[in-house]
Ligand binder design. Sequence first.
Ligand code: UDX
Length: 457
Amino acid sequence: MRIVIAGTGYVGLVSGTCLAAKGHNVICIDIKPSIVANINKAIPPIYEEGLEALLQQVITSGHLKAGVDLQVALTDAEGVIIAVGTPNNTQGTIDLTYVLACAREIGAYIKKVDRFLPVIVKSTVVPGTTDTAIKNEIEQASGKKLGQFGLGMNPEFLREGKAVSDFMEPDRIVLGYEDEGTLAFLQALYAPWGCEKLAVNTRTAELIKYTNNALLATQISAVNEIANLAAAMGGIDVQDVMRGVYLDKRWNPSIDGQRVNPEILAYLVPGCGFGGSCFPKDVQALHAHGDQLGLPMAMMKAVLSVNDTQPLEVIAGLKKVVGDLAGQRCLVLGLAFKPETDDVRESASLRIISALLDHKAQVSAHDPVAVKNFATALGPRSNGITYVSDWKSAAATAEVIIIATKWPEYSALSTLGLQGKIIFDARRLLKKEDLPFARYLSIGYNGHATRSPLKVR
Ligand code: UDX
């Protein structure tokens, strides 16, 4: 099928590349000529595992090209996908400027032609946006009514670092639609995928996306709140508590006596909080949306409030042991919001390092790929940090070592024989038993002795 995708950000480009890889003919549109030129040379503007190779493949095969002119690209299109950004504005609500501008331009095209064009929203928008604001914008710009053009909402569930495989092998595909023509289009578009598909109205599709992220974020904040309680009590390591919980078969069923260890357990790990471009923004937008409807959204509010102070639990935990942090040589390992990405948006490290600087600690920091982005995000305060490339040598001279991102390479800490150092493992990368020589602290463990569980998996 001939598809146009408006927006070549993270979602638009991954979607376009993957749709092209399944045999569709895709034109990706961006307003920035330099991005378009690079995509046509198979150079993606973002790093994403497997993207460059797949882009190379679809550019070479001619299934994908990029352009700057949406009107021209639409001439031949069987459907158009809106994948432009929806940043949060200062009130936490989403900013629809780009989505509506795009809808207007598509509407202007629809006005000129006498054919049915399905318009699919992939940008994350709060429930009720596609069938009101976006529909109205297209109707006004085209002078036509829904039915003369099509309208759908097809949310993405792409994790950074795994976006290509998440698109190619999805758990499910949500086909939100307002008219039968659009449902038929979406079914044909995703015919090459064999997974379960859910056909719903557009506002249900929109809420599925938010609910998915909001529930995962809720799980994280709930576990973190319990972890903080455990640390405040002492004599408990919340990880032992969680091991006890993980053994409940409703979280972790057994098949033929073997635990399944489902991926959901990876969202039940106590830590210094969630970050990235989705969880904080989506929970905030859901909260703001409920607010506008006169709902208190107490759960979403609590999820955000726990997460907001969670990075500071690292500082509080350290101060209880170290006392004054002024002048302490602190090494922060990990600056990205999670491993396998250079993205630092809403990264806990931004809050942890800012607080360490506030306390006049001597801060050094390492990340395998995110230093540049981090320095930019932190701004002038970044000058107060020493960025190191050899973190193992830096660890030898530091007094306090904080693991803030779960990069696997940091597990080598347990082999360095760092006698007497304080290691604050804010991501539960290490086992305290593997660091008998150091003073091990974590979220949910304040260093006061516990009995280790007798038998754990
Ligand atoms: C998320 C969703 O998983 C994806 O489906 C959606 O469409 C986009 O948002 P992403 O932001 O890439 O993906 O990251 P994810 O791997 O889900 O982690 C999100 C954050 O939660 C990270 O900051 C991570 O460190 C944090 N996290 C995760 C915790 O703090 N504790 C946990 O137990 C698990």
